[in-house]
Design a protein around this ligand. Structure first.
Ligand code: TA6
Length: 290
């Protein structure tokens, strides 16, 4: 079966590749695929902390949490009652039992989220979210559809795919970010606004950088591996790894977990995307093995 529903989520299978998506947060918690150097083995491409809560009590520490409608602490008046990164990553999404696509090229499912009493208590805007996850050979794609279901007012939001890429953090290099303006959230000695001067960005020291108006296509490489990211409608990208000092303070981070991932997160997070009544917006990414 290409799509199986069990234990609060879905497992997609295509040949030797698989992906796991939880209804909680629509969080992709696993993407496995083989590659040329491991043709008979499925390798896990995402990092999930062994201390991540998987019982719906808090957002998942790893995989691909969906950030919506605010990134970080809320900075828009309509988001003021929300917690960091919004409600999409800790709400339970629905699946209608259908497989959107099922052929030799890919398997695809769609989860949806509409206002619930818990959401409406903190966020008054009407919306319909759909999240489409597609597993293809050596690729995983995610599409977030945001529909403004209001008849008379705009919605303004931020959205981001918080990808925890399984990688040796001390050896990764991320390109091409040179020349971009970014907010360095680790540097509290100044306003943090900088221009990237490095040909390739690393995370050997604690890194929390929000690049704006980025090219939308990135390579995350390390000796013996790499992931490419291609996006649409996501003008910014965040690079995050706390390293040991800050990482040890994260309650649900496994010991040394920061050595085993880098977050490279395409999003619309500097300023707000605006969608008119009845209109929709789609943010897209494809992760590919390099
Ligand atoms: O995307 C980077 C970031 O916003 C960091 O500032 C960092 O704290 C991280 O996300 C994790 O946030 P979380 O709410 O999941 O602990």
């Amino acid at each position: 079966m290409p799509v199986q529903s069990h234990d609060g989520g879905l497992t997609l299978t295509l040949g030797k590749s698989s992906a796991r998506i939880l209804f909680y947060g629509a969080t992709v918690t696993s993407w496995k695929s083989s590659d040329a150097s491991h043709p008979d083995e499925s390798i896990e491409r995402l990092f999930v902390s062994t201390k991540a809560a998987l019982d719906g009590s808090k957002p998942i520490r790893g995989g691909i949490p969906v950030v919506f409608p605010c990134f970080g602490a809320p900075s828009h008046p309509e988001h003021s009652a929300l917690s960091q990164h919004g409600f999409a990553r800790n709400s339970v999404w629905k699946w209608d039992g259908e497989t959107v696509l099922d052929n030799e090229n890919g398997v695809s499912v769609r989860l949806t989220l509409e206002p619930t009493p818990e959401i409406t208590a903190k966020y008054k805007k009407p919306f319909h979210l759909a999240y489409v996850v597609t597993l293809a050979k050596n690729q995983l794609s995610t599409d977030l559809h945001v529909k403004n279901t209001s008849t008379d007012s705009d919605i303004e939001f931020q959205a981001l795919f918080h990808n925890y890429i399984h990688a040796p953090a001390h050896e990764v290099s991320i390109t091409p970010l040179k020349g971009l303006k970014y907010l360095d959230k680790v540097d509290t000695s100044s306003d943090g606004l900088k221009t990237e001067e490095r040909d390739a960005v690393d995370v050997r020291t604690s890194t929390d950088s929000v690049y704006e108006n980025a090219p939308g296509s990135y390579e995350v490489k390390w000796p013996g591996g790499g992931i490419g990211i291609k996006t649409k409608n996501l003008k910014d990208v965040v690079v995050w790894n706390p390293q040991a000092e800050a990482g040890k303070k994260i309650g649900d981070m496994e010991d040394g977990g920061w050595e085993r991932y880098v977050c490279v997160e395409p999003g619309y997070v500097r300023g707000f995307e605006k969608v008119e009544p009845g209109k929709s917006w789609i943010g897209h990414q494809t992760l590919s093995l390099l």
